[in-house]
Design a protein around this ligand. Structure first.
Ligand code: B16
Ligand code: MG
Length: 215
């Protein structure tokens, strides 16, 4: 494959915010007497806010406990808490090796897009000063279906003017790896080899990212 584009997940790939999402879900779950155990926690990664809350409800056998209006309000509450956690984000929240990797990609004229499910992505990227590296940020509001559906990665490649097969996707969540594979891009997982075994390549941390792996 001649690599022409990279489709980056944000939370857990560029920033350490995956833990902040989980913290905000834990906070909401506690207030509703719901539990999030070690099996459920990784399943919440990468999926949209509403889908994550539905997973929490299903896991607690509480699918019908709240009305649609209440669900929307509780998701807003989670987002308010999450936003309070990321209010003071700085460059210190960028994961190891990411600035060097972005500089190297830019030098080699590789196009880059953000393919994050998060509505907070543009603001977060601004806070950490990385917006200028990216040619496009896919707007999650335009998605028909969230990860693991390939939609977000297909839109990312298209916005870069590339075929999905000319891109790699980098993800920390299984839902994201499945979406990349379904889009027809080369999937790179960041994290646990066992959890992300469906990825074409798994790296333990972002510090291991290097263009030499893909050329
Ligand atoms: P928000 P990513 C995802 O971001 C997170 O992994 C996931 O935990 C979160 O539910 C989702 O964004 C939506 O985020 O509530 O901020 O709109 O991993 O796709 O960058
Ligand atoms: Mg992620």
């Amino acid at each position: 494959m001649l690599l022409k584009g990279i489709l980056f997940d944000l939370d857990g790939v560029i920033t350490d915010t995956a833990d902040y999402h989980l913290k905000a879900w834990q906070h909401l779950a506690n207030s509703c007497h719901l539990t999030i155990d070690a099996t459920l926690a990784p399943q919440l990664k990468g999926v949209s806010r509403i889908d994550a809350f539905k997973l929490i409800l299903a896991h607690n056998h509480s699918r019908d406990r709240f009305s649609q209006t209440q669900i929307k309000q509780l998701c807003d509450d989670k987002n308010d808490y999450y936003k309070s956690l990321i209010r003071n984000m700085t460059q210190d929240n960028i994961l190891p090796g990411i600035p060097e990797f972005l500089i190297s990609c830019q030098k080699h004229k590789i196009k880059m897009a953000i393919t994050s499910a998060s509505f907070n992505a543009p603001q977060l990227l601004n806070s950490i000063g990385l917006t200028h590296y990216f040619d496009h940020i896919v707007d999650p509001a335009t998605l028909v279906r969230g990860k693991p559906d390939p939609d977000i990665f297909l839109k990312g490649a298209h916005a870069l003017g590339l075929l999905p097969s000319e891109c790699i996707g980098i993800e920390d969540a299984l839902a994201g790896i499945r979406a990349i594979n379904a889009a027809g891009s080369y999937s790179v997982g960041i994290g646990d080899q066992h959890t992300l075994s469906e990825a074409k390549l798994v790296l333990p941390t972002t510090a291991a990212l290097s263009l030499t792996l893909f050329t």
